[in-house]
Design a protein around this ligand. Structure first.
Ligand code: ZN
Length: 91
C-alpha cells in the first residue's frame, strides 16, 4: 500500500521481519537477492513502525537504483514526499 501510494508501485515486495534488530537500530534494509529483507525491531513503539518501514523502503529504492543507501539530499526529499502522502512524519 505504501509502495503504491509513495513509490508508484515500483518497489518489489520485501520480506518483512519483526525481530530483534542489533546495533541499536529500529529498522534495517538488506539486499538479500532475489528479495529485499526489511527488519523491524520488535521493541519499537507502535507509532514508529510505519515511519520506520517507509524509511527502509526509501533505502530499498536506492538499492533498486544502484545507489548507496545514504541519508543525503535525495533521501530527505523522499522523506518529505512520503510524509506528505501518508500524513505521517518520516525521517
Ligand atoms: Zn536509514
Amino acid at each position: 500500500m505504501v509502495n503504491r501510494r509513495c513509490f508508484d508501485g515500483v518497489l518489489p515486495t520485501p520480506k518483512i521481519l519483526y525481530c530483534y534488530v542489533p546495533w541499536g537500530f529500529w529498522g534495517f534494509c538488506e539486499n538479500t537477492s532475489p528479495k529485499y529483507t526489511i527488519m523491524l525491531s520488535d521493541r519499537m513503539p507502535e507509532d514508529q513502525v510505519l515511519p520506520t518501514l517507509v524509511h527502509e523502503m526509501i533505502h530499498m529504492l536506492q538499492f533498486e537504483q544502484d545507489k548507496e543507501p545514504t541519508h543525503g539530499r535525495e533521501f530527505k526529499q523522499w522523506c518529505q514526499h512520503c510524509s506528505k502522502v501518508l500524513g505521517i512524519s518520516v525521517s
